[in-house]
Design a protein around this ligand. Structure first.
Ligand code: HEC
Length: 145
């Protein structure tokens, strides 16, 4: 009897203690999880915001915008093409080593055409560094092909 009472007493007195300990540690781990998740969310939001700001504020390539603002002259462009480009693209731009450029301006935006000529990203086509005026002339000519 004495023993049973003792056990009862101890379980009685122990169980609330254990329960509250378990409860506490549970709520603590939930809290820290929540804090962690919130932290990740915040970090992600900040990264997205920075990305957006950088994309929006980044000035357009000044060379490209200068070229795009020039009228360009297709005749001069043709002469430049004969000297620099016809060796690979043919005298009329109908293709030799390089591809046929017929309707190329329908396939590529003006920006992409400028990039194509100035970056050298698609060897063996070399990288050209025409002045903005020359590039504008070339662009006009390419648009006639
Ligand atoms: C050494 C040869 C070579 C010369 C010189 C050259 N190109 Fe090219 N060009 C190529 C080749 C090869 C490609 C195809 C690249 C690829 O996309 O794989 C190409 C692609 C292009 C394209 C894209 C065609 C398309 O269908 O998307 C354009 C536009 C172009 N060249 C314009 C020019 C102009 C303008 C010049 C002169 C300023 C020039 N190229 C000089 C070889 C040349």
């Amino acid at each position: 009897m004495i023993l049973l009472r003792h056990v009862l007493q101890t379980t009685d007195s122990l169980s609330p203690a254990i329960a509250s300990a378990v409860e506490q540690s549970l709520s603590k781990s939930i809290e820290s999880r929540a804090a962690q998740t919130l932290g990740w969310l915040l970090a992600t939001a900040v990264m997205v915001a920075i990305g957006l700001v950088v994309t929006l504020i980044r000035p357009a390539d000044p060379y490209v915008s200068t070229v795009l603002n020039l009228p360009g002259n297709a005749e001069r462009g043709q002469a430049i093409f004969q000297i620099n480009c016809a060796g690979c693209h043919g005298p009329e731009g109908r293709g030799l080593v390089g591809p046929d450029l017929a309707n190329v301006s329908n396939r590529k935006s003006r920006k992409d055409l400028i990039r194509q000529v100035t970056t050298g990203e698609t060897p063996p086509m070399p990288k050209f560094q025409p002045s903005p005026e020359t590039m504008a002339d070339l662009l006009r000519y390419l648009e006639t092909l």
